[in-house]
Design a protein around this ligand. Structure first.
Ligand code: TA6
Length: 294
């Protein structure tokens, strides 16, 4: 049953529901629908009016809270990838595994939003000793905007790496063109951390796993029949990932044959683009997703 405290957010265009153990909030208005889970503040659906689903979620994703949802837009914070010094800590940080509090939701005919919050507590302190406040604001209008605001409530300066680890649903990830990354330097995880420059237009050939550095503009996935544009601010890296057949088979929560239907293009500050946040400072990482016919 939905927590009675959350019922107060129910209103035209805002609907709360449960999926197994997880609470979900759906925004809907003239521009489409979007769904976010309180587990990890993970967006699991975005359907612009008249369009097909934009976000990919695995058919075998878990909704019991035992692990992050495989797919959607998990929040990787306060570190991206393995912890910089302690390999026993969870990959991509703790934010995507935590239950966030729903603190605001407002429905509107043309613009709707929801805000979820994660604050430091005894559980987070065992992995990240500093007080913080993290907010994810989801705004559904002509586009879907996702703002991740991180505030340093401690007396010390920290270094953060992070990502909105967005999984997009595509018709076919093989030979899939992605524009906007030409000329950038990258770090290639698939090739043992080899560094290089994107000196030809990018076409994905899975498996593919790169962090592109110094990328502050939009990336565009040229999917069959539509373009998915991922605009950004507060972000200097873009991570592009598809596990390919062997990588998918190694993941317990992704069907072996599902990899051609997804591509991650992640709005990030990762590796070389990790940044410092001083006491009292707030950093906002924004991804803005727009879909148009091609
Ligand atoms: O963002 C790409 C990546 O870091 C890959 O290297 C791959 O491991 C992926 O994320 C998924 O990570 P996860 O911890 O969700 O299995």
């Amino acid at each position: 049953m939905i927590d009675p405290l959350l019922q107060r957010f129910e209103q035209p265009g805002i609907h709360l529901f449960e999926r197994e153990n997880l609470t979900m909030l759906e925004l809907s208005n003239t521009h489409g629908t979007a769904v976010v889970s309180t587990l990890g503040a993970t967006v699991i659906s975005y359907v612009p009016t008249g369009e097909d689903e934009v976000i990919w979620v695995s058919d075998t994703a878990r909704y019991d809270g035992s692990k992050p949802i495989r797919g959607g837009i998990p929040v990787c914070w306060p570190w991206f990838g393995p912890h910089p010094s302690d390999p026993t800590l969870p990959t991509h940080g703790f934010a995507r595994r935590a239950t966030w509090e729903l603190v605001d939701a407002e429905g509107g005919e043309h613009l709707s939003c929801a805000v979820l919050r994660l604050q430091s507590d005894a559980t987070t302190a065992s992995q990240w000793p500093w007080p913080f406040r993290l907010e994810l604001e989801l705004t559904l209008g002509q586009t879907l905007a996702i703002d991740l605001r991180a505030t340093n409530l401690s007396e010390e300066t920290w270094t953060v790496s992070e990502a909105l680890h967005s999984y997009f649903r595509v018709a076919n990830a093989r030979s899939l063109p992605v524009a906007g990354l030409d000329g950038l330097h990258y770090w290639d995880k698939q090739r043992d951390g080899l560094r290089g420059t994107q000196d030809t237009p990018l076409e994905i050939e899975p498996p593919f796993d790169r962090v592109y550095f110094g990328h502050e503009n939009a990336a565009v996935i040229h999917d069959q029949g539509r373009d998915i544009r991922i605009g950004k601010s507060g972000s200097r890296s873009t991570v592009v990932w598809n596990p390919g057949p062997e990588g998918a088979a190694a993941l317990g929560d992704m069907p072996d044959d599902a990899w051609p239907q997804m591509l991650c293009v992640e709005t990030a500050n990762a590796r070389d683009d990790a940044y410092s946040l001083g006491p009292g400072q707030t950093h906002t990482l924004t991804a803005n997703i727009a879909v148009s016919a091609s």
